[in-house]
Design a protein around this ligand. Sequence first.
Ligand code: FES
Ligand code: CO
Length: 333
Amino acid sequence: MIEQQHWHPVASACDLGAAPLAAHLLGQPLVLWRDDAGRAHAFADRCPHRGARLSLGRVEGGRLECPYHGWQFEGGGRCMHVPALPQFQPPAGHRVGAFGVREAHGLVWVRLAPEPAAGDAAADLPLPTFPAEDDARLRKLNCGPYDVAASAPRIIENFLDMSHFGFVHEGWLGARGAAAIDAYEVEPTPTGLRATGCKAWQPQSNLHSTAAAQVEYTYEVTGPYAAVLTKLPEAGTTAVEGWRESIALYICPLTPETSRVWFRLAVADFDSPDEKLRAFQHTIFTQDQPVLESQVPKCLPLDLRAELHTAADKASSAYRRHLKTSGITFGVC
Ligand code: FES
Ligand code: CO
């Protein structure tokens, strides 16, 4: 599966402390843990001795210890100690599957494919980018995770979709009387697509809105299950001077039909408490969630004949085409 070569978020970095943490990615149970230097590791959550769940174990002396017979594994996955045979030197083949791990955007990211050979650029895919991450004028915080009974591609597509604003987010991001979508531009990019010139009329576009506003959106698909939007309301409609925001959507595909979802918010607001900023995003996403969970089929159909499309769906049609040409199979049908 090509999706195994991509990096996916599996946990909030702050949730991975001294104890091992169970996670799931692309149908694979994982155990995450930190060694004594604080470095995160991700293994298959199954002990190669008798199949117990390593996530029920603990970290001892910088190694992950199985809960059943106490075998200890170092960060690379190799078994270093078998308590029932203290003199035994486990051979190199006594190991558990270890996966690539990165920490970025407040999340732990895992790639299931083996580390590519040096110089194999095609297999060495970068993490999804988030240009706002390095912008010191924007404050960053995460919202989530949300466990959602929908496929990751359905959730990305909903994020790119403006024509639901007046119905799902009525009174917030849209109004049923102002649901028309002006033409906008979509261009393909190596990671998916970019949509620009998207406009929406929004009664309450953000936490600090003082008036309904025309809001300009741009969207970018940054990975098979990752996307970023930026939104800019017209001047004078927000209590915070110079308000702008960028939101990244990061999805962990747990199974083809279930997902764990985070939003990374980047906002020009250093004063509001975290809870208040999260509450706005929470309100919006919990409006989307029941609709997302109702969609049938749960996997996103890549055959464009399977559902009906209009010009207003240009971005989502381009996303479907991109998934098809890049060979994505998880969460699509
Ligand atoms: Fe893990 Fe025996 S099952 S040590
Ligand atoms: Co929505």
